[in-house]
Ligand binder design. Structure first.
Ligand SMILES: CC(C)(COP(=O)(O)OP(=O)(O)OC[C@H]1O[C@@H](n2cnc3c(N)ncnc32)[C@H](O)[C@@H]1OP(=O)(O)O)[C@@H](O)C(=O)NCCC(=O)NCCS
Length: 174
């Protein structure tokens, strides 16, 4: 079970390393910068209006990682009725393998626990070795599978794994 109590879930900006901050929770006002980061990380870009719509939903929030104040990664999450979901997470290629993905994920887990989520879930492509390794090191385990969930180029499709991680409730009532 992940215990995020060593983090500061309510802080607006947490220092992770020299020149690195994790800013949030953030809302629709940050949709444009998040969409720009998303476009650098995924083949199917999300429009700023779509990101803003997601961030307008109940319980949703964003985090942005900055290196020397320059946006260098993001996470979108929604926590509703005791369960949270990572909607998307990305770090542009030039900033990868420096701990930003793990820092974003850990802060997201802490914020979801602070909203009394007891479990975090997400979907990841079976062939996404980097993300699967990240999630495993942060305590996620496989709880399900969706066949041919992601469409790939040339009409191929890829299965998705459903991963979950138990959270320590922060309210102390169970
Ligand atoms: C997955 C992703 C967010 C990881 O971000 P990152 O900032 O590079 O990750 P970190 O530096 O925090 O790495 C944390 C751990 O993840 C694992 N990991 C990250 N990249 C990896 C890679 N290319 N190969 C193997 N393991 C990897 C390692 O266990 C790593 O720990 P270590 O560096 O101590 O060995 C990034 O690769 C990315 O944006 N990918 C494209 C978008 C994506 O797939 N998002 C997830 C959708 S479910």
């Amino acid at each position: 079970m992940t215990d995020p109590s060593d983090l500061s879930p309510t802080s607006k900006s947490g220092t992770q390393g020299v020149g690195v901050t994790i800013d949030g929770p953030l809302g629709p006002a940050h949709a444009a910068v998040i969409a720009a980061l998303h476009e650098q990380c995924f083949d199917d870009p999300w429009a700023p209006t779509a990101v803003a719509r997601l961030l307008s939903m109940s319980g949703s929030f964003a985090l942005i990682a900055c290196v020397e104040r320059f946006p260098a990664g993001f996470l979108l999450c929604q926590a509703v009725a005791g369960e949270a979901e990572i909607l998307t997470l990305g770090v542009p290629p030039r900033h990868r393998r420096s701990g930003l993905g793990r820092a974003l994920l850990r802060r997201g887990l802490a914020l979801a626990a602070a909203q009394d989520a007891r479990r975090m879930v997400l979907e990841v492509a079976t062939d996404n070795a980097a993300a699967r390794a990240l999630y495993t090191t942060c305590g996620f385990t496989t709880v399900g599978q969706r066949r041919r969930y992601y469409n790939a180029a040339g009409g191929a499709s890829t299965d998705a794994l459903i991963l979950a991680c138990a959270l320590v409730p922060q309210s102390g009532d169970g």
